[in-house]
Design a binder for this molecule. Structure first.
Ligand SMILES: [Zn+2]
Length: 197
């Protein structure tokens, strides 16, 4: 039975990352359980799927009331949904009635813009634009000041909608991920210096 020289599952062996959080220094044990009222629908660009710096995955792991949808896969029912998108006036307080769902486009800014243009179910959804907020170190450079990482964007939107109780654990998780990435030698780009419009 034993064949010491035979490789054991080559495809898995080339990658020593955790299959769940995709980080070498697994942080699954540090993922909080965040029960938000607002259902968060994360629409993920295919390029994000295997990137360890993808923070939408982390948000989904933490948020019990969330769903991760691949771009071009069938969208769930979007009743009562708002789209988190950097367009229009910033949302300083929860709209009335509050969104039942929040759609978040997970990708770079140009990927998100493309998804927004191409996904017909998103057309006509009311848009929630983030207010200005403090910027934290990030796992990857954001292309513009109000375009923060996906998990930060979700945290800030949920802070507006539901308060700190749901936002802070997500921000702490992101900080943990940034620290782990830094510890494993990954470059952490500083946040943009320009003020938020
Ligand atoms: Zn893990």
């Amino acid at each position: 039975m034993t064949s010491p020289s035979s490789p054991t599952s080559d495809s898995a062996a080339v990658d020593d990352r955790c299959a769940r959080c995709l980080l070498r220094a697994c942080l699954c044990a540090g993922v909080p359980v965040v029960a938000a009222r607002t259902r968060v629908v994360i629409v993920r660009h295919p390029a994000e799927r295997h990137r360890s710096s993808n923070s939408g995955r982390l948000a989904h792991l933490a948020l019990t009331n969330s769903v991760l949808v691949e771009y071009r896969a069938p969208m769930p029912e979007l009743d009562g949904a708002w789209l988190l998108y950097p367009e229009g006036p910033p949302c300083l307080a929860a709209p009335e009635p509050p969104p039942r769902q929040l759609v978040v486009l997970d990708g770079t800014w140009s990927q998100a813009r493309r998804m927004f243009r191409k996904l017909a179910p998103l057309r006509g959804l009311p848009i929630l634009r983030l207010p200005e907020g403090a910027r934290a170190p990030r796992m990857r450079e954001a292309p513009s000041p109000d375009r923060v990482s996906t998990i930060e964007a979700i945290a800030r939107a949920l802070r507006v909608l539901e308060g700190d109780g749901v936002a802070t654990p997500l921000e702490e998780l992101f900080a943990l991920a940034v620290a782990r990435a830094a510890a494993s030698g990954r470059t952490i780009a500083a946040g943009p210096a320009a003020p938020v419009t």
